[in-house]
Design a protein around this ligand. Structure first.
Ligand code: FAD
Ligand code: AMP
Length: 473
């Protein structure tokens, strides 16, 4: 006899665990299945995000940022620190403790909400039966509805096979036991830049090889230009238009061959991170003979309400189209739970914030100037530099800017782009404004506390109409 639930969720990442908790809150009997095991050999719900993604990377970014500040920025405050050094083992132990606390927290939330958690690999069979394999144990559960939230995994490329020793993916790059003297990174996307930054701040010579000719093409290029200048100052050596053609691990180091418009080149590094993107983890999610429609890259096909080609089966998160971001998956999880419970649900894909946790941070929501030009939408831009705010000066971080793009005729805010200190936090105001269809005039009329970084948002809104106070318009 198999256990029966109203809803069975496969995958306990930020999409799946959130879906499961919301289903339970709505009175649905819910099971959530995840195969992931933590470093202590125990179940570790939380997905890529908590275990090997958002959280451990931000833990290391924070540690490395503190170290960088002590080494490079404290002196100007009059603080003298002699012989600062980094103990990588302690830094990693701190990161592991944070991960363990948070994955343990998910299990407590499951208990508190009466979500039944199964450790094991789930596979969807016919009639919404899910078979769970846990070592030698097999058991089956039945779901009135099934939610596929199986997430994603790093893409590997044949020219740089990952051995998690010399050539690592993003997971291996969170586990170095010492700072490599020379580090190579393939891919200057979000993950490559964040992980490259961690090890650069700790002293590695970092070379990032990117196939495209422009950096972060999905971001507003005015913002990217500012960030790129700062990355160069920090010593992040980003080479654009480079195609990696081979690697050699036969010696002590990693030899990397790449070509660009000037010809073929060699690079020798101690370790190489492959960060060329992620692919959906959907290969065996259904049993043989079950016709789940996927696109040619393996993403599960869904309609505009996350329904798959199978009856009463939904799919959310990294396993389906859209940005591979934790909060995007979580919102889809809530939406699907509410749909299953018979409510209305909606995710506004036009206003999903993006954040890159380099320093300066990069964050945006809505359209870029380049997209609006392509679409022929008339617009006005208000830009304001953090250097003109008292708070950024007091913090010794006078870098970057906020750019607000508003419709030329209606003044509705179409996009907000930030590069600068704590852009990750500042973007929230822009998201609220855009969610409520605010105009730049609305933001301009909101009182912002002084002295704060958020004053740059206020001034950028004023600048749309050429009436910023603290800069010449
Ligand atoms: P996942 O988090 O991948 O979770 C899916 C879970 O399902 C996994 O635990 C997997 O083991 C399990 N699973 C899969 N198949 C089965 C099966 N058949 N049976 C049982 N279990 C199964 N996003 C952000 O928004 N902000 C960030 O700062 C950020 N930083 C990142 C940094 C790194 C280094 C990486 C790699 C990613 C980062 N991301 C970030 C992306 C983010 O982690 C993902 O978008 C997010 O985790 C996707 O959530 P998900 O629930 O769809 O899938
Ligand atoms: P993201 O999708 O944000 O994780 O970024 C991955 C980055 O890797 C993108 O900017 C890609 O252009 C880049 N990329 C993909 N394949 C290669 C490759 N073979 N060599 C160098 N860069 C690559």
């Amino acid at each position: 006899m198999s256990d029966k639930y109203d809803v069975v969720v496969i995958g306990a990442g930020p999409a799946g665990y959130v879906a499961a908790i919301r289903c339970a809150q709505l009175g649905l009997s819910t099971a959530c299945i995840d195969e992931r095991i933590g470093k202590d050999g125990k179940p570790a719900p939380g997905g890529t995000c908590l275990n090997v993604g958002c959280i451990p990377s931000k833990a290391l970014l924070d540690s490395s940022e503190q170290y960088y500040r002590i080494s490079h920025e404290f002196a100007s405050h009059g603080i003298r620190v002699k012989d600062a050094s980094i103990d990588v083992a302690t830094m990693m132990a701190r990161k592991d403790k944070i991960v363990k606390t948070l994955t343990g927290g998910i299990q407590q939330l499951f208990k508190a909400n009466k979500v039944t958690f199964y450790r094991g690999r789930g596979q969807l069979l016919g009639n919404n039966q899910v078979v769970i394999q846990n070592g030698d144990d097999t058991q089956t559960v039945d779901g009135g509805y099934v939610v596929l939230a199986c997430g994603s995994e790093p893409i590997d490329i044949p020219v740089a096979p990952v051995d998690q020793d010399k050539i690592v993916d993003s997971t291996g790059a969170l586990e170095f036991e010492r700072v490599p003297k020379r580090l190579g990174v393939i891919g200057a996307g979000v993950i490559g830049l964040e992980l490259g930054s961690v090890w650069r701040r700790l002293g590695a010579e970092v070379t990032v090889l990117e196939a495209l000719d422009n950096l972060l093409p999905m971001a507003d290029q005015n913002i990217v230009k500012d960030a790129h200048r700062q990355f160069k100052t920090q010593g992040l050596n980003i080479k654009l238009g480079c195609s990696v053609t081979g690697t050699d691990c036969s010696g002590k180091k990693v030899g990397v061959n790449y070509s660009d418009k000037n010809g073929d080149h060699d690079l020798e590094v101690d370790r190489l991170i492959v960060a060329v993107g992620r692919r959906p983890n959907t290969k065996d999610i259904v049993g043989k003979g079950i016709e789940l429609k996927k696109d040619d890259r393996g993403f599960i096909e869904i309609d505009n309400q996350w329904r798959t080609s199978l009856t009463n089966v939904f799919a959310i998160g990294d396993a389906v189209r859209g940005p591979m971001l934790a909060h995007k998956g979580s919102e889809e999880g809530i939406a699907v739970a509410e749909l299953i419970a018979g409510q209305h649900a909606h995710v506004n894909y036009d206003v999903i914030p993006w954040v890159i946790y380099t320093w300066p941070e990069i964050a945006w929501a809505g359209k870029t100037e380049q997209q609006l030009q392509e679409e022929g939408v008339p617009y006005r831009i208000g830009a304001f530099p953090f250097a003109a705010t008292g708070r950024a000066r007091a913090m010794e971080q006078p870098m970057g800017q906020i750019r607000i793009i508003a419709h030329q005729d209606t003044d509705t805010v179409l996009g907000v782009h930030i590069v600068g200190p704590y852009a990750s936090e500042l973007i929230a105001e822009a998201v609220v404004a855009m969610e409520f269809s605010a105009s730049s005039e609305d933001i301009a009329r909101i009182v912002h506390a002084h002295p704060t970084l958020s004053e740059a948002m206020h001034e950028a809104a004023l600048a749309v109409d050429k009436r910023a106070i603290h800069k010449a318009n």
